[in-house]
Ligand binder design. Structure first.
Ligand SMILES: N[C@@H](CCC(=O)NCCCC(=O)O)C(=O)O
Length: 258
């Protein structure tokens, strides 16, 4: 009797980020913040990183995974991707940008579950032709969405402002209502929505904080806040992540049945 094959654990692609851990370091490192990998693992999924992966590699790598989670990062999406000029103060990650601009579109085309968090939301928006405010806090009438200067992550990731969730949206379902408190750690923000995106969560100043990709065959959302942060203590964050995880499991099951 052949041994029963263990069910495959759904694999989730998290983009590799570049970091120079020391300003004098000419080399740099490929990094992934533990909290994203930990959240994916706690959902029963397996995070995977493809160091040095380029857009040309997507056709052979995307079929290996069951979801794409575009993580946050202190680096900014380079403004050249949305027709503007990068600020001299921008921390950039051009290798990640080149990959994710293509990965967003290929994930949607391939019905691979896609979830963008913070920078990941911004990447979805720009990849679909949208634009960003580069410094939301310098825009008239807008709040300062950046995290407080504090070493303590619990302070940085504390709930910061309310988001208004569209009636009948998945966000409202996951939150159990049309209002929720979220954290906020970003200086860029959605200015013009990309093609096919529906804004379903807004900050009190009107900034788009949550989007759905219209007509996507699998989970396809982006949020400006960080649901991976202490998700086990925040039902809204937890339900959002579980919905993404369920979509990844369904994708895996379809792959296993092929
Ligand atoms: N740099 C962009 C995106 C902000 C972002 O992703 N913040 C998360 C930082 C913490 C982490 O590394 O996850 C912006 O400023 O808008």
């Amino acid at each position: 009797m052949p041994a029963k094959k263990a069910p495959h654990k759904p694999l989730v692609w998290l983009p590799a980020c570049h970091r120079n851990l020391d300003l004098d370091d000419p080399g740099g490192y490929t990094v992934l913040a533990d909290r994203y990998a930990l959240a994916v693992t706690q959902l029963g999924l397996q995070p995977v990183l493809f160091p040095m992966a380029e857009a040309e590699d997507i056709p052979c790598l995307l079929p290996l995974v069951d979801g794409v989670l575009l993580t946050g990062s202190p680096s900014n999406v380079e403004a050249t991707h949305f027709g503007a000029t990068a600020l001299p103060t921008d921390l950039l990650d051009p290798r990640r940008d080149k990959l994710t601009m293509r990965l967003v579109r290929e994930s949607l085309a391939g019905a691979v579950p896609l979830f963008g968090v913070c920078r990941g939301l911004q990447e979805i928006n720009v990849a679909l032709g949208g634009t960003l405010y580069q410094t939301v806090h310098e825009e008239s009438g807008m709040m300062d969405h950046r995290e407080p200067h504090d070493e303590d992550l619990a302070v940085q990731f504390a709930e910061r402002h309310e988001v208004l969730l569209e009636q009948g949206s998945a966000f409202a379902q996951w939150a159990g209502g049309t209002r929720a408190m979220v954290n906020s750690l970003h200086g860029q923000g959605i200015r013009r929505l990309g093609e096919g995106l529906v804004a379903e969560a807004h900050a009190p100043d009107g900034l788009v904080e949550g989007v759905r990709v219209m007509g996507a065959p699998a989970f396809a959302y982006g949020v400006q806040w960080h649901p991976e942060w202490q998700h086990e203590r925040h039902p809204f964050y937890q339900r959002t992540l579980e919905a993404f995880a369920q979509s990844c499991r369904e994708h895996r099951q379809r792959r296993d049945e092929e």
